[in-house]
Design a protein around this ligand. Structure first.
Ligand code: ZN
Ligand code: ZN
Length: 115
C-alpha cells in the first residue's frame, strides 16, 4: 500500500506536472508521487508545496540524465518512452550534433521551465 510522502497516511497518485501541460512527462511514472487525500488537496492549492515537488521531480530527472548530451535512443530508453512519446519529444526538443542537451531535455519535460 503506498503511503503519503508528507504524512505517511494511505496514499493515491498525484502527477507533479499536471494533466493539461503539453509535456510528455505527464504520463510517465517518474512524474508520479504518493500523496494522501488531504495532502493531495493541499498541493493543488499551495504553490510552495507544488514547487517543492516540482524541484523533487527536476532532481530526479537530473539524476537520470547526468551527461551533457543524449541521443534519441538513450532518451527513449532512460525515460522509458513509447514510440509516440519519442516522436513528440523529438518534435519539441532541438537536436545538436552531439545529441539532445540534458538541460534542454529536462526543461522541456518540466513543462518549459526549470525550478
Ligand atoms: Zn494531483
Ligand atoms: Zn498526507
Amino acid at each position: 500500500m503506498p503511503t503519503c510522502m508528507e504524512c505517511k497516511s494511505k496514499a493515491g497518485k498525484h502527477h507533479i506536472i499536471f494533466k493539461g501541460n503539453k509535456s510528455i512527462i505527464v504520463y510517465l511514472p517518474i512524474n508520479e508521487v504518493d500523496l494522501c487525500k488531504q495532502c493531495h488537496i493541499k498541493i493543488h492549492s499551495d504553490k510552495d508545496m507544488d514547487y517543492k515537488y516540482k524541484a523533487i521531480l527536476q532532481a530526479r530527472l537530473q539524476k537520470l540524465l547526468p551527461c551533457e548530451y543524449y541521443c534519441l535512443n538513450s532518451v527513449k530508453s532512460i525515460l522509458k518512452l513509447n514510440n509516440l512519446q519519442t516522436k513528440v519529444f523529438s518534435k519539441n526538443v532541438h537536436p545538436y550534433k552531439n545529441g539532445y542537451k540534458s538541460c534542454e531535455i529536462i526543461k522541456y519535460l518540466m513543462g518549459g521551465k526549470l525550478y
